[in-house]
Design a protein around this ligand. Structure first.
Ligand code: P6P
Length: 333
C-alpha cells in the first residue's frame, strides 16, 4: 500500500495569497502587511521561548510607558521588531503602538495602510510563564498627499480592514480576520511556518465561562454585579454556576472565549473609570474578531466598533463573547 502523506498544508502566506486572489481589485499591499505581521511574530516568539534563558531579556527596563505602566524588556523588543517589520515591508504609512506616546510616521510613498498595535499585551505575565499576545488592527488611511495624520488613526472600529492577535503559549498562533470570517494558524517551528489549524472559527452562541477580575467586583456598575451574581446561581437548566476563568492576559482569555464560548468583561473600576483596556489596539481588533466569529462586543451602550475615538490611547469598558450571554447581561441594565 502506498503511504499517504498530508500534502494539503496551508501556510499563512499561502492563505493570504488565496484570499488576495478572491479580490481582483486587490493590490497585494494588505497581503504584504499581513506577511510582515507573521514575520515579526516569529521573531518575538523565538525571543520569548528563550526569555527564561537569554541574558538580560526578562524583567523591567526601569521605564514606564504612556499608560504609566512598567515597561518590560520584551515589550521594547516586540515593539521595535514589529515597527521594523512594518518599515521593511513598505506597505505601512504609520503606527500607533501602546509602547509609543505619539504615532510613528513612516514616510513611505504610496503606502495606504496604518497599524494600531499592542506589541506584547500581558507582558507582566512573562516572568511567570503565562501566555502573552500581540494585538493588531489595520486601517486604510483617509488623508491624501501628506504624511499620515492623527485623524487617520481615529477611525471607528467598523473601518478596520483587518485585525488579529498572536498568542504566544503552549503553541504560538495567529488568529485574524479581513472581514470574511476568522482563521487561526499554528506555528510549526520545525518548518518556521504558520499553518492553517483553525479554519473559519465560530464562537459558540452560549457558554458557561465568565472571565473577569472579581477583585474589583464591588466597584462594577450595578448591572454587572447583577450578572456576576446570576452567573454563580445554581440552575442546571442554564448550566449555572458558570466557571470562573481569568488569566489576566487579554489574548489568552479571549482565545479561550472564542474557542469555548463564554463572556470576557473588563468593566469600569475606581482606578479605571473608563475601563482599563485600550480602544485602538486592544478592544477594536478583538471586537472585530469576535463579531466576525458570531459573538458580540459592547461598551455597555453601543458596539465597541461604533465608538468614535478621540485619542490614541483612550480606554473603554468591554463586555464581549457569546452573543446570547452578552445580550442577557445587557438586559440586566
Ligand atoms: P487586571 C494585561 O496587563 C492587560 O492589559 C490585559 O492583557 C488583561 O486582560 C488586563 O490587563 C488584566 O488587568 O487589572 O485584571 O490585572
Amino acid at each position: 500500500m502506498v503511504a499517504s502523506f498530508n500534502t494539503n498544508l496551508v501556510t499563512l502566506n499561502g492563505f493570504i495569497n488565496t484570499q488576495e486572489h478572491k479580490h481582483p481589485e486587490a493590490t497585494g499591499n494588505l497581503s504584504g502587511l499581513l506577511r510582515s505581521v507573521g514575520l515579526a511574530a516569529k521573531i518575538v516568539n523565538r525571543e520569548l521561548t528563550m526569555a527564561g534563558l537569554a541574558e538580560d531579556i526578562l524583567g523591567e527596563t526601569g521605564n514606564t510607558n504612556v499608560q504609566g505602566e512598567t515597561v518590560k524588556k520584551m515589550d521594547v523588543f516586540a515593539n521595535e521588531h514589529f515597527i521594523a517589520a512594518f518599515r521593511r515591508g513598505r506597505r505601512c504609512c504609520g503606527i500607533v503602538s501602546e509602547e509609543q506616546d505619539d504615532m510613528v510616521v513612516i514616510d513611505e510613498q504610496g503606502a495606504q495602510y496604518l497599524v494600531c498595535i499592542d506589541p506584547l499585551d500581558g507582558s507582566s505575565n512573562i516572568d511567570v510563564n503565562i501566555p502573552v499576545g500581540t494585538i493588531f488592527s489595520i486601517y486604510k488611511r483617509i488623508s491624501k498627499d501628506c504624511s499620515v495624520t492623527k485623524e487617520d488613526f481615529l477611525q471607528p472600529g467598523t473601518k478596520q480592514v483587518a485585525a488579529g492577535y498572536v498568542i504566544y503559549s503552549s503553541s504560538t498562533m495567529i488568529v485574524y480576520t479581513t472581514g470574511d470570517g476568522v482563521n487561526g494558524f499554528t506555528l510549526d517551528p520545525a518548518i518556521g511556518e504558520f499553518c492553517l489549524s483553525n479554519p473559519d472559527m465560530k464562537m459558540p452562541d452560549d457558554g458557561k465561562i465568565i472571565s473577569c477580575n472579581l477583585s474589583y467586583q464591588s466597584e462594577f456598575p450595578a448591572f454587572v454585579q447583577k450578572y456576576v451574581h446570576y452567573s454563580f446561581e445554581h440552575d442546571k437548566a442554564t448550566k449555572r454556576p458558570y466557571n470562573l476563568r481569568y488569566v489576566g492576559s487579554m489574548v489568552a482569555d479571549i482565545h479561550r472565549t472564542l474557542l469555548k464560548g463564554g463572556v470576557f468583561l473588563y468593566p469600569p473600576t475606581t482606578d479605571s473609570p473608563k475601563g482599563k483596556l485600550r480602544l485602538l489596539y486592544e478592544c477594536n481588533p478583538i471586537s472585530f474578531i469576535i463579531e466576525q466569529a458570531g459573538g458580540a462586543s459592547t461598551n455597555g451602550k453601543k458596539r465597541i466598533l461604533e465608538i468614535e475615538p478621540n485619542d490614541f490611547h483612550e480606554r473603554t469598558p468591554i463586555y464581549c463573547g457569546s452573543k446570547n450571554m452578552v445580550m442577557r447581561m445587557m438586559d440586566m441594565q
